[in-house]
Design a protein around this ligand. Structure first.
Ligand SMILES: [Mn+2]
Length: 298
């Protein structure tokens, strides 16, 4: 039988990595990744003593299960010469495929929640798998503060925490979330690239990066460098490029951008100043940024 690879999105986050590892483990498939681990994911793997999946450079000729993404712009190179056999995701659906496949999507906080739900007994029998999915859920839901988080995410996470031996799940979540928030020793380009996604809005290529911080003053003091960096990204072929600096304590996002300010004003109803707007209560790229921009650029 051909080997089957489980893969998350480009610039993988904790959900993409941990969901791939767990699903592969449950099914006898091989977990792989697109690109480097971020610090938060590295912490989670280290905590539960799990090795990082190998990097897969190309989908050419491979059988793939895609977790945590379903858009072509976030898929592996040469995915169109791969055979996608299954998708498990919680993002908006932008998927068109020539043959029937398994496609499981739910409007909940984390792919890890879907995998835990579908395989609850097996996951509960394995503290390491439970710990990995718990990490994914705490990460994606920003410790349940994100508007994407549901009661189901919280209930599943609570069960997983017990199995994984994590007594204080919120404290563990804060420890996890602060790993990526540390901007020391990283260039602005690295910070923007570490959680950056490409989107296709009506034929227009849009890039949206995000950092979640626990104290936003430091990142906001780098505004000029951020705009310069977005500008050079834009010149590589984007209609517009955005960078969300999300303060998970204040629960709000400073949205930096280069592109047409009128479109941004139309999208969010706020007049930009110095290539940025502040959006109180906004924490989720998928739920609070992408739909507005897709409409405004449409
Ligand atoms: Mn996810």
């Amino acid at each position: 039988m051909d080997e089957i690879y489980v893969i998350g999105h480009k610039n993988p986050d904790t959900d993409s990595i941990c969901s791939a590892i767990v699903y592969a483990n449950l099914k006898g498939y091989i977990p792989v990744r697109q690109g480097e681990l971020n610090k938060e994911t590295a912490f989670a793997l280290d905590y539960f003593k799990v090795p990082a999946p190998q990097i897969l450079e190309s989908g050419e000729g491979k059988k793939l299960v895609c977790v945590d993404h379903n858009e072509a712009s976030q898929m592996i190179e040469n995915w169109d010469n791969a055979e996608i056999i299954e998708v498990i995701d919680h993002h908006k659906i932008n998927f068109n495929y020539g043959t029937p496949i398994y496609f499981h999507s739910e409007p909940i906080g984390c792919t890890g929640t879907i995998i835990a739900k579908q395989n609850l007994e097996a996951v509960k029998a394995n503290p390491v798998l439970a710990g990995l999915l718990l990490s994914a859920i705490l990460s994606d839901t920003v410790i349940f503060k994100s508007p994407t988080a549901t009661e189901e995410d919280k209930a599943i996470a609570t069960e997983l925490a017990k199995v994984a031996g994590i007594e204080d799940m919120i404290a563990f979540g804060i420890e996890l979330k602060t790993k990526n928030a540390d901007v020391n020793g990283r260039s602005i380009e690295e910070i923007i690239a570490s959680d950056f996604k490409d989107f296709d809005f009506n034929g227009k290529k849009i890039g949206i990066g995000q950092i979640e911080v626990v104290e936003s003053a430091e990142i906001e003091s780098k505004a000029k460098g951020i705009i310069d960096s977005l500008q050079s990204l834009k010149q590589s072929g984007y209609e517009a490029v955005f960078f969300m600096a999300t303060d998970i304590m204040k629960e709000g996002t400073k949205l930096f951008f280069v592109g047409d300010p009128e479109v941004v004003e139309k999208a969010f109803g706020v007049k930009p100043e110095n290539n940025a707007i502040y959006l109180p209560g906004v924490m989720s790229r998928k739920k609070q940024i992408v739909p507005n921009l897709e409409k405004a650029f449409g």
